[in-house]
Write a protein that binds this ligand. Structure first.
Ligand SMILES: [Zn+2]
Length: 68
């Protein structure tokens, strides 16, 4: 199962993006927060929601969870 991270920096639209560990758009180490190992991006987005009120899946690595 993949490891997931959330970007500490919000997008211009206000969402914090969730990424898999192997994504090319994974933020640098100081700009990301480790969420855990999940079987789906939905579970990772739910976990990220405990830290940030607005979260979204990355359009490249978490397409099924990408909304904006
Ligand atoms: Zn990504």
């Amino acid at each position: 199962m993949p490891k997931y991270y959330v970007n500490r920096q919000a997008q211009a639209s206000g969402e914090h993006e969730v990424h898999k560990a192997d994504c090319s758009w994974l933020p640098s180490e100081e700009n990301r927060q480790y969420l855990g190992v999940f079987d789906s991006c939905r579970a990772a987005v739910r976990e990220a929601g405990k830290h940030y009120s607005k979260v979204d899946g990355c359009r490249w690595c978490c397409e099924e969870c990408h909304k904006r």
